[in-house]
Write a protein that binds this ligand. Sequence first.
Ligand code: GUN
Ligand code: ZN
Length: 481
Amino acid sequence: MAVSPPTRLALRGDLLDFTAAPAWGDTASTAVRFRPDHHLLVEGGRIVGAQPAAEPLDPSWSVADHRGHLVLPGFIDTHVHSPQLDVIASHGTALLDWLDTYTFPAERRYADPAEAEAGAARFLDALVAHGTTSAVVFATVHKVSADKLFEAAQARGMRLITGKVLMDRHAPDGLRDDVEQAERDCTDLIARWHGVDRLAYAVTVRFAPTSTPEQLAMAGRLCASHPGVYMQTHVAENVDEVKWVAQLFPEARSYLDVYARAGLMNARGVFAHGIWLDDTDRALLHDHQALIAHSPSSNLFLGSGLFGWRAAEAAGVAVAVASDVGGGTSLSIQRNLADAYKVQAMAGERLSAWTALHAATRGAALGLGLEGEIGSLEAGATADVCVWDWAAGPVPHAHVGRGAALGLGLEGEIGSLEAGATADVCVWDWAAGPVAQRRHAVATALHEKVFAWMTLSDERNLAAAYVAGIPRHQRGAALPC
Ligand code: GUN
Ligand code: ZN
């Protein structure tokens, strides 16, 4: 059933977005625009302005009263794999083994249109339920997997950039294409979906090892002959991967240079990871205005390495944030930002909440050439808006974990849901529990409050998500598509 937005909708809450890029480490940045207790005015699915809630509103506005909640632009996940929800949190491997052991077998299932359709719906609903309203997504090698993702995003009114994965070697049966068929599939998908509603095509090179030089050249030709399309791939994620690329492409100066030689560097390029780059690579990324999709939870989970955000920033390279699920362990952008902070802390750097949240909203939009459309609460932007708990909420019941029960010699009695245990059971309501509430209450400066929120919150804090002005997620409620 198609859902149309209320003509005039005023979202009441504490509005926060960015009008410029905050300087690294500046916790008092004037690039932050905080408008407590305001109405965000949405008309026909677009933001048309904002005004203090105390100012009277014409009765033609319907009000969604989210007072006391933090209202942010919907997050933009710049690198995530739709079929990999099935392998999130898989134990025990680094990148190359992880691909062989878990990921490739799961992706093979998407040859089946029914599986691809169900997976696309599950994935996009999960994104929105985590506060992500736009994404740059890897489908699988199967044309149908991209088709189904586009269809599902269109039905939800979402901004989605995706494409069929290119992979013609070093992948198992059922997951390889060939140059000619892949070119036909991509051309077809571009004609069918690129520029339709809020959708865009990305030429999707999985990574250099799984494409022959001929396929990389074909991908470069596709980018050249369709100037508006994006290009997404992985680069310099893992040291064994980097060594493998050096063996496969001895003529290239570096991993990134493999892509440069194939004509894959452009302002619509989204490069995931970029951990093991050098200054020449960073200069190349800067010169082509390409975007790095930093994926901290994935980098930690797979043991890939610590991304040098400061070096990228010093070289003028645009950096956005990504979940990279299923290498990443959560679709929650806050969880990924909390990990990003810890990755930078390991290098003695301190990521501010402003740089972090900017990278997940306006910064990502800029990197994708979509500023003015997504990533801010500015008049003219599409009303992709999320409403978050950030202060008071119901206080959860006391909870005793199994570890504590063991320590007390009371395992079997309390601390588990095992048959035989006493039925001491908690039902958690809001994720904004007493620890986060207390931290919020004692924080004084805005940065302190928002940093604590970013570090302590996740998708359980999401009260509502609007996509183009339509509520697509409301806690506890089922909403129609
Ligand atoms: N490199 C090539 N494919 C993948 C993938 O699916 N996930 C990650 N994290 N890295 C990759
Ligand atoms: Zn990835």
